[in-house]
Design a protein around this ligand. Structure first.
Ligand code: PEP
Ligand code: MG
Length: 370
């Protein structure tokens, strides 16, 4: 066994020496980040901040959604700010000196709200009994208004960030204040701010302006330079097609191949486990699912287009992949070949990604470079 461990270690060291692709991890908690580092991750490529708003915090987000006056909104934000700041400070402590890509909140609005049918029934029953709480009634009005037939194609990602007052400012201030706290303690925080589900440069422009204003504000308050990189996910075909334009406002791109597969194929990613579509993809037609291994001719072509477009505007622009494909052995060689700089995957897939990145470098030492 000792011999086996020595051989694996030697193989790993060799892969690390030859690979050109960096390997980061998708991690939302300091625990995940610790596991990732233990397995050799060189940073966090995707911190999904929506996971920080689950459990009892959902209620606080609900208060923010329901706020109808500035005072109510500010009160809701004031509760969330220290919680978010603490989340980021903990992650930054774990990731000290390593890049940590923080993606601003992404999921559809309805994920923070109660189920429409259940709430409708409750309101109807309470009204009948004469015990209706007016707060439930106004909640129902909001839930009805925000109901969408296709939430994954609706008000999420950049769309939510741009339309919900105070959300960008809350998250960026929490990142900035956490970074200041770490800097004051002698740490080396390296957050990178990432905007999800960008479709057009205009969305990124607005988000960036608002994020930069907060960084400048906290920078002035603290006396630290907080000009952290601001980039975006490329996970809609339109973003890939217009990438040379989008790159004007982005310091980096990260390809969200889960959504990019969904939106390029038009297959619902949430139904592949359970539905006819899942059966159709896996068995009837393809044999392998494009959600598992990159579909080189279609989704892969979008990635290539995104990389080339971005670098035609900004040569050497940093490019990552943070969809599930980032940890898929069959997809890693493709990412290497189109000049991606790093893949980011679940912590437990990091060792395999390091090996596959090494193999890709040995088999094709010179990836496409613009
Ligand atoms: C993606 O779409 O590939 C991605 C990484 O984001 P999420 O899976 O959180 O939508
Ligand atoms: Mg996505």
């Amino acid at each position: 066994n000792r011999e086996l461990i020595t051989s694996v270690d030697r193989l790993m060291r060799h892969a690390d020496k030859v690979r050109r692709l960096a390997v980061r991890a998708n991690a939302d908690t300091p625990d995940d980040a610790r596991h990732a580092i233990h397995r050799g991750a060189e940073g966090v490529g995707l911190c999904r901040t929506e996971h920080m708003f689950l459990g009892e915090r959902k209620k606080f987000v609900q208060n923010l959604i329901l706020a109808s006056t500035d005072a109510e909104r500010e009160a809701a934000l004031a509760v969330l700010l220290p919680l978010q700041k603490d989340d980021f400070a903990q992650m930054m402590t774990t990731m000290n000196g390593k890049p940590m890509t923080v993606r601003l909140i992404d999921p559809p609005l309805h994920e923070f709200l109660p189920d429409l049918t259940e709430l409708s029934v409750k309101v109807a029953v309470d009204r009948e009994k004469g015990v209706l709480d007016p707060a439930d009634e106004s909640l129902l009005a909001v839930v009805r208004k925000s109901h969408e037939a296709n939430p994954m194609l609706g008000l999420r990602g950049a769309r939510l960030l741009l339309t919900m007052p105070g959300l960008i400012e809350l998250q960026v201030r929490a990142i900035a204040e956490a970074a200041v706290e770490r800097l004051r303690a002698g740490g080396d925080p390296r957050p990178e701010i990432m905007i999800p589900l960008i479709g057009s440069i205009r969305e990124l422009q607005i988000a960036r302006e608002r994020a930069e204003a907060v960084l400048a504000e906290v920078g002035a308050e603290s006396g630290y330079d907080l000009s952290f990189p601001i980039g975006c996910m490329i996970e809609l075909p339109r973003a890939a097609v217009t990438s040379s334009h989008v790159a004007e406002e982005a310091d980096f791109f990260s390809f969200g191949t889960n959504d990019l597969t969904q939106t390029t194929w038009g297959f619902s990613r949430d139904d592949v486990e359970t539905s006819f579509v899942g059966h159709y993809i896996d068995e009837a037609i393809f044999g392998t699912s494009p959600f598992e291994s990159i579909d080189v001719d279609g989704v892969g072509a979008m990635v290539r287009l995104g990389v080339e477009g971005g670098r035609s505007t900004k040569p050497g622009m940093k490019m990552g992949v943070c969809g599930e494909h980032g940890g898929d052995p069959d997809s890693i060689a493709f990412f290497h070949s189109v000049g991606i700089d790093y893949v980011s995957c679940s912590p437990f897939r990091v060792p395999v990604a390091r090996l596959e990145a090494g193999r890709a470098a040995v088999l094709a030492p010179e990836p496409a470079r613009q």
